[in-house]
Design a protein around this ligand. Sequence first.
Ligand code: PPS
Length: 596
Amino acid sequence: MSKVSVFPVPAPERDRSAESPASHLIEPHGGELVGLLAEPDRAAELKAASRDWPSWDLTPRQYCDLELLVNGGFSPLQGFMKRADHDSVCDSMRLADGTLWPIPILLDVTPQTADKLRTGGTLALRDPEGVMLAVLHVEEIWEPDREADAQAVFGTTSPDHPGVAHLLHKSNGIAVGGRVEGLQLPAHYDFRHLRQTPAELRADFAREGWRRVVAFQTRNPMHRAHCELTLRAAKEARANLLIHPTVGMTKPGDLDHYTRVRCYQAVLSRFPQHTVKLALLPLAMRMAGPREAVLHAIIRKNYGCTHFIVGRDHAGPGKDSQGRPFYGPYDAQELLRRHQQELGVEMVPFQMVSYVEELDTYMPQDEIPPGARTLDISGTELRRRLQEGRELPAWFTFPEVADELRRTHPPRHKQGFTVFLTGLSGAGKSTIASVLLVKFMEMGGRPVTLLDGDIVRKNLSSELTFSKEHRDINIRRIGFVASEITKNGGIALCAPIAPYDSVRKEVRSAIEPGGGFVLVHVATPIETCEERDRKGLYAKARAGLIKEFTGISDPYEEPADADLVIDTTALSPEEAAQEILLYLEREGYVGGLEAR
Ligand code: PPS
């Protein structure tokens, strides 16, 4: 098997000290590696005492933050930040005692939970199943100014920025600061052998004589460009390489970490033996660009790394809705460069690398010979190719990575999808859906489920009325079931009225990451629906016997984002279904040769 490098990799420097090799590792940030796990006796004592304490179920982000607090990845932090640290971090990127720290680490709770707390008291922090992971000794309860925080940390208050959107719309209003004592680390059952704590990784480095270690942070699969880049970095820094991907929370829409980790495992054999290690970082990324680069370097220092790779647009969230990038491509490098000496972690900066066709190699922009033809595949283009089942060229990624990605992204004719028919009562949704149902059954290959409005109301939503609130709950339920079906490779046919635009959009965005979503507006005019009045409901609604009747006494928001609009006034159910089938065929969801 060929290795990725086209240049020799010198042997990394080894620590040959006989006495206490660990003492030669880089110092943790703040001087000492924090470990917040209580001794077993103390943990048992805390657990017994917790019976009468208020509890908080950690959000996914807080769950990640707690893990890094307890395992020392966030050294020197000893708990969730109090106001003085928070304000100082926002203003000057330092904790109140002057230690460099770029991003607030807060425990945000609802006002209802905050009402149960008092300073000097305790709060049990629990995982989603209710298992107590830690206790927070409540030292301060206050209300952060989210807009000001967004401006300070992200440099913007635009909700197009995913970190800002989370801060402004998903975080809870009240912050609780104080020291944390851990009872146990969050349990992970996946890739356990790759989830070393800072202390464990440091012990590994010491045992193997790794003194200079360059860390590579990533939230994407590693393609050839990343492999070349990391090898070059290791060579430049005369260091061993730690591939240290974030597997906590990354940018919404990113590839799931299971697939990514299989991809990293697959490329490991392309690197020179004994110079590279893979470990997983349970960090919740904020996509804060420059400030996040500083946080990443601090964390890697705590994990025992001496060097840190920062490429183009490190931890950047992409562009805003006007197409403007939130950060300059090398802003993160600039900020970390200003602090690297104080931090003691050396940055290994990289420009974007591109494939130079005539030399069959990857090169940073500034080394590419003038006039040479370069090839690149952007993230968006990669997603499109995967979605459409198109080829991933060998110059772009190793075949073993392409295979892994293919397994997660089967071609469209093997993916699950949802056909979501929306329209007035009597527009023809259910009839079209039942024709589609038998057509798909006849085709075979994928399981098909019909979630018709009336059937759902009978079986899933029998307690709901037709108020806006209840209609939205009903559609969310349908969306949830359809998303489960879709991501597991089935076909979901939904036929509710779904009169409100925002919840339809919510459903689309819940389903699309797991497969196809086709919104069909069955736009039969109300006059036709009323004339048909198959169930006699329009007559009742006109007589005032049914309240909140869509189209008569309740609104229907026409979709502007329908993939297909069908008016059944002059179409038979078969003809209407056929239009949808043709659309699905054009888009590649049905008709693939292998599907037959
Ligand atoms: S919604 O808005 O999507 O939750 O509605 P949905 O669950 O699809 O409605 C299912 C059927 O309920 C009948 N029905 C009403 N429709 C609209 N407004 C009111 N007030 C109402 N009361 C009962 C109606 O027959 C819907 O079925 P379809 O198949 O659309 O005719």
